[in-house]
Design a protein around this ligand. Structure first.
Ligand code: SF4
Length: 233
């Protein structure tokens, strides 16, 4: 239908419609289209179209259908119904590292830092800093954050005042496992000082080491050269 509409409007030389589903993944180091235009700037529309199609990674619509359907019918209306993005269920974690809305100043050039500084509430990291968002606590999961929020502990200040025996930590397995450390981590984020829960132990720094170290040195007398070194502990 769209292809016919484009033809009726004399737009068929400007737009292309395909009944197949494809993604421009940029998987190739140099795209076929760039290569064609670079070697032959006068290439015809048909040749350019073929080169463009050679760059596309075709996908099975049946595989993606459920995800697309769910996004359009459920995710999109839910997000559009909210006027303030901070009212959405957002959560900072390692997956945010490639997101344009992260606002991590150290990774930005000077001109972009100025934008983030001017609009701190437009970016997740700065908004999280200013609101004491619980996803700033390094080990907290999305589920445990939601559990704390639903119980009325919605920012770092509230968590820092909890004791490790508080009943809220029994509501979620991850909270139960981390109950000694979460208040300390929240305090550290607020104050900028190191805080450690009493009695904390870690296998990274044992009290004493029971360690055997094997070092193997191979020397080749024929060439007079050291041929291999190996360390095992
Ligand atoms: S930075 Fe914000 S918008 Fe981007 S993925 Fe993370 S939570 Fe979502």
């Amino acid at each position: 239908m769209l292809a016919n509409w484009l033809r009726l409007r004399d737009l068929e030389t400007q737009f292309f419609v395909s009944e197949s589903l494809g993604l421009g993944t940029r998987a190739k180091e140099t795209s076929e289209l760039s290569r064609l235009v670079g070697t032959n700037p006068e290439a015809s529309i048909t040749d350019r179209l073929h080169a463009f199609l050679a760059d596309i990674e075709w996908v099975d619509f049946g595989v993606f259908f459920q995800g697309v359907d769910h996004f359009i019918k459920q995710d999109l209306p839910r997000v559009l119904a909210v006027s303030k993005w901070t009212d959405l269920d957002w959560h900072l974690d390692s997956r945010c590292s490639t997101c344009d809305f992260l606002g991590h100043r150290e990774w930005l050039p000077a001109e972009d830092r100025a934008v983030v500084d001017a609009y701190r509430d437009h970016y997740c990291e700065t908004a999280a800093e200013d609101s004491g968002h619980l996803s700033r606590i390094t080990t907290i999961t999305r589920g445990s954050r939601k559990t704390l929020c639903e119980a009325g502990y919605a920012d770092l200040g509230a968590i820092s005042r909890l004791s490790s025996s508080d009943l809220v930590f029994k509501r979620h397995n991850a909270l139960k496992a981390d109950r000694n450390h979460l208040p300390q981590r929240a305090s550290a984020l607020i104050s900028g000082n190191v805080t450690v829960a009493p009695g904390t132990t870690t296998i990274d720094f044992p009290k004493s080491a029971d360690l055997e170290v094997f070092i193997t040195v191979n020397f080749d007398p024929g060439t007079g050269l050291l041929s291999a070194l190996r360390l095992r502990s």
